[in-house]
Design a protein around this ligand. Structure first.
Ligand SMILES: Cc1ncc(COP(=O)(O)O)c(C=O)c1O
Length: 383
């Protein structure tokens, strides 16, 4: 008998908590505040543009790096938002989603044994993406409860094997955002080093309270050593499209494309054609922060009638809550209990490799008013 068993590259990986919670939410007809996606429709104008592109026959492979007019409008957007001029043909690649852009960036750079600094709680793909490349995640906790980066700890963890630092702002799951002081600290740490930065900025426009988004794209000296990853799904309420892009220096992007061209090669053409037109409407993305801020404020306001205690959220789709006025149980147990009340939520310990439990759970507020109302009505019964 031939032994067909595989030596797993990710032996510890199971089904992600998001999949588990969403499946449970469907099965139990719970209100799903677990996984991060909107439950309202995207722009009919944008779906119309995709339809139009299909009808016009834009249905064959797009160029490997992306549909040129889309790359051009993205470069214009970067210049107008962040005052940095980038070469659309050499510095941007359209990818099937932000997660793929992150994976490709890591795979482009990492060699076995390289160390990568990752802040926890961390989006669930980062650590497996590092490990699958034979590299080593070096984990640093964000400071609880404000989830700021401990730059002293970062300096202490840097070794001659440190190849990357991964950033995420606005941050999933906590809604924390980087400030200018963080950028200065980062600058001084990476200066004169070979450290590459992967900056996950899929929530670029979902930032509140008039805080400016500290994109790496604002800083040409950092962009030179960075892969900055974005998601059209998060910006245009179409997470199911799985379309995003990565911006880097010409030299790094050349290497990124070597990986990309033998994996996905090129992305869905009609969506790219549609986005090339739709992106000219700046209001659609510039209004996103205040649109989501209203949802955050509405959710926070209603939640005051419950026994959950809000932690600050300055960006993203997410709002974290402590529940020390309800119970002392672990966050996974509490998430299971919210599900019994008909609410899917996500325990923050799921975002730590070692399962660190600060007794906090995450709710996604990017939902219709009716969904938020129904959710809070049920949450107010807990405790
Ligand atoms: C921090 C973060 N990065 C990346 C992604 C994935 O983006 P995409 O759906 O475009 O792959 C998500 C989605 O939840 C996210 O929260």
């Amino acid at each position: 008998m031939i032994n067909l068993s595989i030596n797993s590259k990710l032996p510890a990986a199971g089904t992600s908590i998001f999949t588990v919670m969403s499946a449970l939410a469907t099965e139990l007809k719970a209100v799903n505040l677990g996984q991060g996606f909107p439950d309202f429709d995207m722009s009919p104008e944008l779906t119309g543009l995709v339809n139009e592109a299909m009808k016009k026959g834009m249905n064959q492979y797009a160029p490997m790096q992306g549909y040129t007019p889309l790359l051009e409008v993205l470069a214009e957007k970067v210049e107008s938002l962040y005052k940095t001029i980038i070469d659309p043909l050499k510095q941007i690649t359209v990818t099937p989603g932000g997660t793929y852009a992150i994976y490709t960036a890591l795979t482009t750079v990492l060699q076995p044994g390289d160390e990568v600094i990752v802040f926890e709680p961390a989006y669930d793909s980062y650590i497996p993406n590092i490990e699958v490349n034979g590299a080593i995640p070096v984990l640093i906790d964000l400071k609880f409860p404000d989830y700021k980066i401990d730059w002293v700890a970062v300096k202490q963890k840097i070794t001659d094997k440190t190849r990357m630092i991964m950033l995420n702002s606005p941050h999933n799951p906590t809604g924390a955002v980087l400030g200018e002081d963080d950028i200065q600290q980062l600058r001084s740490i990476v200066k004169d080093s070979k450290i590459i930065i992967v900056s996950d900025e899929v929530y670029e426009h979902l930032i509140f309270d008039n805080i400016p988004h500290q994109s790496i794209l604002r800083y040409p000296d950092l962009l030179e050593r960075s892969f900055v990853c974005f998601s059209f799904g998060k910006v245009y309420h179409c997470t199911g499209w799985k379309l995003g892009y990565c911006i880097s220096s010409p030299a790094l992007m050349l290497e990124f494309r070597k990986i990309h061209q033998f994996n996905c090669f090129s992305c869905h053409t009609p969506s790219q054609v549609a986005l090339a037109t739709y992106l000219k409407n700046k209001e659609a993305y510039l209004s996103l922060g205040s649109f989501l801020q209203q949802k955050r404020d509405y959710f926070q306001g209603l939640m005051q009638a419950t026994k959950f205690t809000a932690l600050p959220s300055y960006g993203s789709y997410f709002q974290c809550y402590k529940y020390d006025r309800i119970s002392n149980e672990g966050d996974k147990d509490l998430a299971i209990r919210t599900k019994e009340y008909g609410i899917a939520s996500i325990p923050i310990s799921a975002f730590y490799k070692a399962g660190t439990d600060n007794k906090v759970i995450r709710f996604c507020f990017c939902k219709k008013k009716e969904t938020i109302d129904a959710a809070v009505e049920r949450l107010s019964l807990i405790g």
